[in-house]
Design a binder for this molecule. Structure first.
Ligand code: SAH
Length: 358
């Protein structure tokens, strides 16, 4: 029985489910979830990410990590953690840049936080020095400073969706339509047991507001660790830099947007990262956080143009391709503006480009 059919049977028996439950089943159902069974990243797969666009992305993040480690006082060992490492490309490029300083590589204890068995196999094939794998951040031992990076992980953590109706706010749920297919519906917040902590803004009828307890909880977990042990975390994702309304639930298969309710488990499913909520959760936990930079600002400040020129000089035959990669990563109409970068850090640290964190 497909995941879609199992969800329909469950909803027929127990009633509608919230967007987060649907989202988590689509990505992680042990039998049919997208990441559990068929994640396919890259140009020939379902979606492409910045490290797969160009080696420059991971290399520049490597330089950022190296400088952050230096500002931490070059601790040995330190935990170099990546959450949601995909096929391992970002970590591989980051470690190559880290070769600039052999002491950095010797001090780095690499931990990968990953839940997908097929992707763990790809990471193992890509990374020659065996990293350590865990399924959750709290399984990475404390007691040493941590530098954490995560690209396109927040967008894998679900959001609840709320819709403004004439009677006030209601939660968007997934039930069955008259045709027996999955359909969006609404549940009055009165019946939702955990509606109380929400601070929903004034908004016009029909507007959709998202709130991701899972993203905020991850930011809080990371911040706890940074406050206890020192260090910094770099979170990169597409998302909002200001609180704003909008339905950002999106399913992608073979680089094309598809209907999330028809493709359970077959497509990648994401919501926007809610950077204002992530930054607020980290600050509440006692860490410093922000400012929220665009990916273009971040990569330009790290010198991506000079890096592209150097690579093109070494390989003139690849100059055109490098120019296209550069544009893809920093172009305003491409990943440069929609993608954001936020840093969370221990109160006593000033990471590069985030010296103004508060
Ligand atoms: N960072 C990579 C891959 C992004 S895809 C890149 O930029 O190319 C999302 C990654 O997050 C995958 O590795 C996926 O398996 C992982 N992931 C999804 N949900 C997760 C969770 N709850 N905990 C840890 N990793 C998760």
């Amino acid at each position: 029985m497909s995941l879609l059919d199992r969800l329909k049977a469950q909803i027929a028996q127990d009633g509608p489910i919230g967007v987060p439950e649907f989202f988590t089943r689509c990505l992680h159902d042990p039998r049919d979830g997208y990441y559990a069974t068929r994640p396919d990243l890259g140009a020939g797969g379902d979606f492409i990410t910045a490290p797969l666009v160009s080696q420059m992305f991971g290399e520049l993040i490597g330089l950022w990590v190296l400088e952050t480690w230096t500002r931490l006082g070059r601790p040995a060992p330190f935990r170099l953690v990546e959450m949601g490492p995909g096929d391992g490309t970002l970590m591989s490029d980051l470690l190559r840049a880290g070769r600039l300083d052999p002491a950095f590589l010797a001090a780095a204890e690499v931990w990968l936080v990953e839940v997908s068995a097929p992707l763990k196999a790809k990471q193992a094939a890509k990374l020659s020095d065996a990293p350590r794998w865990v399924g959750r951040l709290d399984e990475v031992p404390g007691g040493a400073p941590m530098i954490l990076v995560a690209n396109e992980l927040l967008d894998c953590l679900p959001a609840r969706q709320f819709v403004r109706t004439k009677d006030g706010w209601a939660e968007r749920v997934i039930g069955l339509g008259e045709d027996g297919q999955l359909a969006f519906g609404l549940r009055g917040l009165g019946k939702s047991p955990d509606a109380a902590p929400l601070h929903l803004p004034e908004a016009g009828k029909g507007s959709i507001w998202e709130s991701s307890p899972a993203q905020a909880a991850l930011a809080s977990d990371i911040a706890h660790r940074l406050v206890a042990d020192g260090g910094a975390a770099l979170l990169i994702d597409y998302g909002r830099a200001e609180p704003e309304a909008g339905d950002t639930l999106q399913a992608i298969q073979n680089h094309v947007k598809v209907d999330p309710l028809k493709t359970a488990g077959l497509a990648d499913l994401t919501v926007w990262a809610d950077f204002p909520a992530v930054v607020a959760a980290a600050r509440e936990t006692g860490a410093k956080a922000g400012p929220i930079l665009s990916q273009a600002e971040f990569l330009l400040a790290l010198g991506i143009e000079a890096r592209a020129q150097a690579l093109a000089k070494a390989r003139p035959d690849r100059a055109d391709q490098l120019g296209r990669q550069l544009d893809r990563l920093i172009g305003k109409a491409q990943m440069g503006a929609l993608f954001k970068v936020a840093c969370l850090c221990a109160p006593d640290l000033s990471p590069p480009l985030f010296e103004d964190a508060t």
